[in-house]
Ligand binder design. Sequence first.
Ligand code: AMP
Ligand code: GLY
Length: 426
Amino acid sequence: MIILLLGSGGREHALAWKMAQSPRLTKLFAAPGNPGIAEHAECIDLDPTHIESVVAFARDENVGLVVIGPEAPLVAGLADRLREDGVLTFGPDRAAAQLEGSKGFTKDLCARENIPTAGYGRFTDLAAAQGALDRFGLPVVIKADGLAAGKGVVIAQNRAEADAALVDMFGGGFGSAGAEVVIEQFLTGEEASFFALTDGTTVVPFGSAQDHKRVGDDDTGPNTGGMGAYSPATILTPALEAQVMAEIVEPTVRAMAAAGMPYSGVLYAGLMLTPTGPQLIEYNARFGDPECQVLMMRLEDDLIDVLLAVAEGRLAEIARPRLAPQTALTVVMAARGYPGTPEKGGAINGIAAAEHEGAKIFHAGTAQTASGLVANGGRVLNVSAMAPTIGEARQIAYDAVDRLDFASGFCRRDIGWREMARLRND
Ligand code: AMP
Ligand code: GLY
């Protein structure tokens, strides 16, 4: 089968690496891809958000399955157009991708279906939003409704911060994403990510993970796209996972189908494990990055079989996807300056030598130049390992980090700390 993979990050490198292990794959194209993905795919210079170019490429090259990595093409309606042309696609249609593309849409769905989530209000003008602030107490959470590359959420500790966030969002600080704003009650608890695959009707769990959003050790400094992850997150016990499926994920999939917007793809639920039970913080319509990397390390099945079953609406017919009982962990190496302006062009050497003891290094933001491999983005490499315990996986991953020669790179040194602390206290 000829497959086209869209995206260029570590998430897509992990997907490419896993698909390349399948005997079903005859040819992998990646658009635009990266130097790591290029080990498994022919990278083509195509922008995934240029919908008609992607559709034409898929048709001309007889692509049998398109796998959409990032959210922007989903929210723009790429999957709809591909399906219209009869191209099998992994990823939801535009209407279904609203679960990620509009926070207000998701909150309204939760309210209708009694899905546990923070109390909220939707606002389209500043005065009304300011007038409602007192209802929410402090801290209060203020979100741009649309896609804002993970930056559209402000947790305001006092009224002045809340006012400033509202003024910024309605003033265009997040472009059209902030034309509507959601104000939410602040939830407390530990965060965890839960993944489910669905073809619109059947839903199966696809593992848990915990991300590390802040740039610095001990969860300090500004938010990032994610500085590391591990899977499974044992705080999501089997009983809690069953509760999340029954109270959050399954009602969502049913409601989307009933509303004529069946959701097909991977549904990523960001959860807050509150003292009164799991609550939905947000949905993403795609795999997480770097959470996908740890899920792919653990996946024991042929990824193409799984993705095809989702895309063809046959999820009920295949065995449940199996994830290894081991723990996988990934450490993000970022370029100095991230999440501000990252330093580009820093030399990277020693990847092959660092991949010892089963460590696997996924490329996230790299470029191949005449003088060798260099950093070309904020998050640059994902140094990943899997082992029977998180302690061993972490040791292998950090050994690999230390063997790498990437002088302008940095990483957090405490990935997995919550899980390590849990184990110590058991
Ligand atoms: P989101 O982009 O919606 O995932 O929000 C980004 C981050 O903001 C989340 O990972 C949480 O850490 C935090 N957050 C979002 N909503 C809430 C909430 N209602 N209560 C507490 N923290 C929140
Ligand atoms: N790592 C967070 C995300 O992919 O949204």
